[in-house]
Design a binder for this molecule. Structure first.
Ligand code: PBG
Length: 329
């Protein structure tokens, strides 16, 4: 039996006050580690709320500069751009058009806030009429017909000023093709952040409403990964590393923390975790109903993602988290 009167280990000693709790805190969050996803759309003077993601809007190109300025003032240094074009087609041609929404938004943002890091998502799903992430042939997404289009899009975004391109289509060899196309077009310094282990997830639901990218038929399980597989996730990540990715990513974050931890112990590249739309909307919905405290639930989730081993967190809570961190410091 332990004699509680005698000195010995008492873990509560280190929890007695806020100051000592902070002293022994193992996992820090800082706004410079957060990237805010930003939806940019066609049109003018539009700031349009996304119903399934309270607090998140779609911005027309002319409005996006001032929004990113606000993020910058809060301490956010990186934005991840998703484009919502005026028209969609079978080939997703607006994704790789030089006057598409993402190149135009990039120029607008850079003109307003030159130092902000612009990360451009590279995928076709927001641009295709069928909502799949690539070109469809005979009812299947054709890998090798899609990859050159992704490479073309990446070059357009780099040309417009994006420092980072982030291929999210889950096509095999997309990173290699993008790296080669960037180098061949004089964009050797452009960073590639691969969505290396991207799982087919229900938690993308609100995003698909935001981007109008729900597949018109079938689902994405023929290219995105099964949530049951962690060894395969490490093979996916290894593939991106071998193809020249500078940063690797695990997505979603909360249901896949074990994958982040495994990737952390195996790879020495910076690891990003994408805390996706459903992770955001769950906390928002519960807090709007008074069932969760938004601030503490969101900060707990972000801290757990850092603790699992992520260096960078892509989160729709970025601006709020940055403001909360400022208040707490
Ligand atoms: C695909 C893409 C998706 C997300 C980011 N990039 C959607 C999908 O795969 O259906 C989801 C992000 C989120 O849910 O927040 N280009």
């Amino acid at each position: 039996m332990i004699d509680i009167e005698r000195p010995g280990t008492r873990l509560r000693r280190l929890r007695r006050s806020e100051s000592i709790r902070r002293l022994v805190n193992e996992t820090d969050l800082h706004p410079s580690k957060l990237i805010a996803p930003v939806f940019v759309r066609h049109g003018e003077k539009v700031v349009e709320p996304i119903e399934s993601m309270p607090g998140v809007n779609r911005y027309s190109v002319d409005e996006v500069g001032s929004y990113v300025g606000r993020l910058w003032d809060a301490g956010i240094r990186g934005v991840l751009l998703f484009g919502i074009p005026g028209s969609k087609d079978e080939m997703g041609s607006q994704a790789y058009s030089s006057d598409g929404v993402v190149p135009r938004a990039t120029a607008e943002i850079k003109a307003n806030i030159p130092s902000v890091l612009v990360v451009a998502d590279v995928c076709l799903c927001e641009y295709t009429s069928h909502g799949h992430c690539g070109v469809v042939k005979e009812g299947q997404v054709d890998n090798d017909a899609t990859v050159p289009l992704l490479a073309k899009a990446a070059v357009e975004y780099a040309r417009a000023g994006a420092e980072v391109v982030a291929p999210s289509a889950m096509m095999d060899h997309q990173v290699a093709a993008i790296r080669t196309a960037l180098d061949d077009s004089g964009h050797r310094e452009t960073v590639v952040m691969g969505y290396s282990a991207k799982f087919a997830s229900s938690f993308y639901g609100p995003f698909r409403e935001a981007a109008g990218s729900t597949p018109a038929f079938g689902d994405r399980r023929a290219y995105q990964m099964s949530g049951a597989n962690s060894r395969e996730a490490l093979r996916e990540i290894q593939g991106d590393v071998d193809e020249g990715a500078d940063i690797i990513m695990v997505k979603p974050a909360l249901p896949y923390l074990d994958i982040i931890t495994k990737a952390r112990s195996r790879f020495n590249l910076p690891i990003a975790a994408y805390s996706v739309s459903g992770e955001y909307s769950m906390i928002k919905a519960a807090s709007i109903n008074g069932w969760l405290n938004e601030r503490s639930a969101a900060m707990e989730a972000l801290t757990s993602i850092r603790r699992a081993g992520a260096d960078i967190i892509i989160t729709y809570f970025a601006e709020q988290a940055a403001n909360w961190l400022k208040e707490a410091s």
